[in-house]
Design a protein around this ligand. Structure first.
Ligand code: 13P
Length: 252
């Protein structure tokens, strides 16, 4: 079985100015400087990318954006393109977060276009999927994950797919303090790995990293990471404080 390198990303959502972001990195970097067992990524708001890029120079921290437009440039007020993110120092980009899907009407088709455009620019997409509470309660989790997986990642070549990371983020667990149990999360992760096996074959399924997101905290991360198909975490609230995000990264 392939060993997948653990991956921990902090999604800061709409929190932190450039100054606050730089201060975070100054405090956080020493806490994870020896954490070479995993990839460590911060996704600040666009306006703090530059501050984080400067502050993280010479550290083992990498940069992600929280969104991207699929065009290279154009009359798209308020949007930012993949080439702009690369120039700003991003290696990764979060695509299709449930807040984008639910608050801003982002469709699977838009997710697909963003994934393709990001790959073309050399960015590594972190593609988010996940069901709402009512979808889970009406037994639609599998159907929703299949639709989001197939809609967002349809027709990628093996070389494209090999650069994807998936984040399973059940909407009912985001910002609610209700972490999915390790078993519930594992079930969804195994399903997503199964979909990958079907679409891309066994070796790709074995190498794909699938992150869990939704109220991950220092005291819940170990149970999640003990599951065979959970390869890391996409962390919101608990990534806003250097101590708690470092405790998640260094949970072993
Ligand atoms: P919380 O960790 O605050 O629940 O947020 C999860 C999330 O949405 C990460 O992208």
């Amino acid at each position: 079985m392939a060993t997948r390198r653990p991956f921990f990303a902090g999604n800061w959502k709409m929190f932190k100015t450039g100054g606050q972001a730089a201060e975070f990195v100054r405090d956080f970097a020493p806490l994870v400087k020896n954490s070479d067992h995993c990839d460590i990524v911060l996704a600040p708001p666009f306006t703090a990318l530059e501050a984080v890029r400067t502050a993280m120079e010479g550290t083992n921290i990498e940069l992600a954006a929280q969104n991207v437009h699929w065009e290279k440039e154009g009359a798209e007020t308020g949007e930012v393109s993949g080439s702009m993110l690369v120039a700003a120092g991003c290696r990764y980009v979060i695509i299709g977060h449930s807040e984008r899907r639910h608050h801003f009407g982002e469709s699977d088709e838009a997710v697909h276009k963003k994934v393709k455009a990001s790959l073309e620019e050399g960015l590594l997409p972190i593609v988010c999927v996940g069901e709402t509470l009512s979808e889970r309660e009406s037994d639609e989790t599998q159907k929703i994950l299949e639709r989001q997986f197939n809609g967002g990642l349809a027709g990628l070549t093996p070389s494209e797919f090999s650069r994807i990371i998936i984040a399973y983020e059940p909407v009912w667990a985001i910002g609610t303090g209700k972490t999915a149990t390790p078993e519930t999360a594992e079930e969804a992760h195994a399903l997503l790995r199964g979909l990958t096996r079907k679409a891309q074959g066994e070796p790709m399924a074995e190498r794909l990293r699938i992150l869990y997101g939704g109220s991950v905290k220092p005291d819940s991360v170990s149970g999640l990471m003990a599951q065979v198909d959970i390869d890391g975490a996409l962390v919101g609230g608990a990534s806003l404080k250097p101590d708690s995000f470092a405790a998640i990264v260094n949970h072993r």
